[in-house]
Ligand binder design. Structure first.
Ligand SMILES: N[C@H](CCC[C@H](N)C(=O)O)C(=O)O
Length: 276
């Protein structure tokens, strides 16, 4: 990549789910799988759970692409959507935004308490959309532990367990991620009911591994909990990095929580040249 002054980026996180954000508005996209892998290396790059690239959009305020640290694409990323929305709201002074992702048009608003809410869209509930490899009931997958499959623009497999804190998330998550039932692999959530409309969730993310929070995973877990009759449509969810509010409304699954700006930096020309 020809960038004699380096490439600016910023680092943000939502509940410890951390992101590098590259703003490519006003020029072509620059992220490649090789850049995502190199930048995602926590020793030799910057490190992130997801990389988000902001791009120009014709009929929306911006477009957003997501990458995992293994260089694969993610169709949705709830916490990065909240982080980038906060960034663009601060830059523009707007309090409500529309943006485009691989799964379609999404919206973000700043609540009166300052937290950013994103409408992640309606859940995908049939096996072709999630996607699953064959016609099975997504509400009761034919896997040990009787999990639920839900799509939020990316695939999720949600296990309800007595104590999410006691689960071997790495061991089970890695095995389920690559089960042949999921042709595009899957994100894996382990959740327990800790009170009325209150859940505790831990996550293994496709292409990344254990993370402290996963916004689309929290949405998928809330949808699965409601469909299984465990909760209403509005829940509080404790993840390893903090607390999210999820509200499955008529127009989609809304997710609300905090974001944090960490630093801005510039990728050196040497770093970028080594990728070429
Ligand atoms: N952390 C993200 C989800 C990343 C999902 C990604 N690992 C995938 O391959 O779908 C979130 O807040 O929704």
């Amino acid at each position: 990549m020809d960038a004699p002054d380096g490439l600016p980026f910023c680092k943000m996180h939502g509940l410890g789910n951390d992101f590098v954000i590259i703003d490519s508005r006003g020029r072509g996209a620059v992220v490649t799988p090789a850049l995502a892998r190199a930048l995602g290396d926590r020793n030799r790059g910057v490190g992130f759970d997801q990389l988000a690239e902001i791009r120009d959009a014709q009929d929306a305020d911006f477009a957003l692409d997501f990458w995992n640290s293994d260089g694969s694409r993610a169709g949705a990323c709830g916490n990065a959507s909240r982080c980038v929305s906060d960034l663009v709201m601060r830059q523009s002074g707007m309090e409500a935004l529309r943006f485009v992702t691989a799964r379609g048009d999404l919206q973000a608003v700043r609540r009166a308490d300052g937290l950013v809410s994103v409408n992640m869209g309606p859940p995908q509930r049939n096996w072709q959309e999630i996607p699953l490899a064959r016609a099975v009931d997504p509400l009761h997958l034919p896997l040990a532990g009787d999990p639920v499959a839900v799509g939020m623009g990316n695939p999720h497999c949600v296990f309800f367990v007595p104590d999410a804190g006691a689960v071997d998330v790495a061991g089970l998550g890695a095995a389920v991620e690559t089960d042949t039932l999921f042709p595009e692999r899957t994100n894996v959530e382990f959740a327990s009911l800790t009170g009325p409309d209150h859940l505790r969730m831990r996550v293994w993310e496709r292409g990344t591994g254990i993370t402290l929070a996963c916004g689309s995973g929290a949405c998928a877990t809330a949808v699965a909990a409601h469909l299984r009759g465990l909760t209403g449509r509005r829940v509080v969810m404790d993840v390893d990095g903090g607390r999210l509010e999820i509200d499955w409304r008529e127009d989609g699954v809304w997710m609300t929580g905090p974001v944090a700006h960490v630093f801005e930096g510039r990728l050196s020309p040497e770093f970028l040249q080594a990728l070429a």
